[in-house]
Design a protein around this ligand. Sequence first.
Ligand code: GUN
Ligand code: ZN
Length: 430
Amino acid sequence: MDKLIAGQVVTYHGNPFEIPAEEAVQVLTDAAILIRDGHVVSIGGRDHMRAKHQEAAFFDHGPALIVPGFIDAHAHYPQTAMIASWGKRLIDWLNTYTFPEEAKFADPAYARDIAGRYLDLLLANGTTTVTSFCTIHPGSVDALFEAAEDRGMRIVAGKTCMDRDTAPAFLRDTAKAAYDESKALIGRWHEKGRATYAITPRFSPTSTPAQLDALGKLWDEYPSCLMQTHLSEQLDEIEWVKGLYPEARDYLDTYEQFGLVREGALFGHAIHLEPREIAHLKAMDCSLIHCPTSNTFIGSGLFDMGARKGEGLRVGLATDTGGGSSFSMLRTMAAAYEIGQLSHTAIHPAQLLWLATYGSAEALHMQDKIGCIAPGMEADFAVIDLASTPAIAQRAIRAETIWEEVFPTIMMGDDRAIVASYVMGERAAV
Ligand code: GUN
Ligand code: ZN
């Protein structure tokens, strides 16, 4: 049966980093979206659409804002239970908190429990697509893909590969196991329904050159997969990489040598880049994934959004759960704004919304399926109450423009602002 979902609908008409943000991103008041078979058919005025499609089931969200479902372009679902762990920086944070927690995913029942809980948290926060690392255990990958399939969610994930003695022995595979297990998982999950497989070396410090080489060869065999990893997150990490790969020109080169720098590569963080790295990332049309709550929480540094968008790079937005301190893409947009301010770039609320949806979709090469509300797109939406708390409501009521009304929810909103999440046109149970 057709469905009409009504509210204030956000639509995109260009790139808000290339044309004025308020031209690129528009809000249609009193609008309705017609949905058939999980896809958007058309968008129009509420009354007109209702009169024209009387047979459709009607769901009215009143003045709430209907945006494309948020797309979290980099997360670690196995870190759900240790989010907000105190007092460490990247390398000792990994050793103290992360690796012991990830070891628990050897138990498939534990992995299934966290995977389901994690995706429900995402839906409660308006996030309908996530790109996640798993652990070295293939069962952790099956658990996440299965949980996403149960919920009808679009998902990108892969087995985290780490075989170097810099990682603890209880959390290491080998170059061959990484290749064989990733290949078997690609066969099971890649392009099955809404699933995409991402070949996933954790980062060059925890892989041997032999493992990176094996994963580069695997990508040659399955070029429609994505590849996700980390790049230049902290200065200590970059020094560590120099010691481990003395022959490499820079951090990016440790991936480049093994065929891992090409279109479809997603580099988490990418804060402290050399000019050569920026030029090569651009030339190869790679995606940078900005993780602002993580960058402040772990003390990593300031991603220069203004410069990277000015250079025309693909940039997605992400929580980096659990280095990031929130599951909420609203909170993530607020942190991106704050980091922008520290680099003298005031990111417009329309740009923030676009980054959390279309920007992430572009980073994942999925902008023809998700990330905007337009005919033919998959009907994944978040419905947002712009007055979800007394503090936000008293500010929003004074707003003279829609963006002045939206901005307090971006800065102060959380899961209480999410009225509903729709996945392929179905309202998610959260
Ligand atoms: N670099 C390598 N692994 C990780 C991780 O799990 N989180 C973050 N923030 N950075 C990483
Ligand atoms: Zn990460």
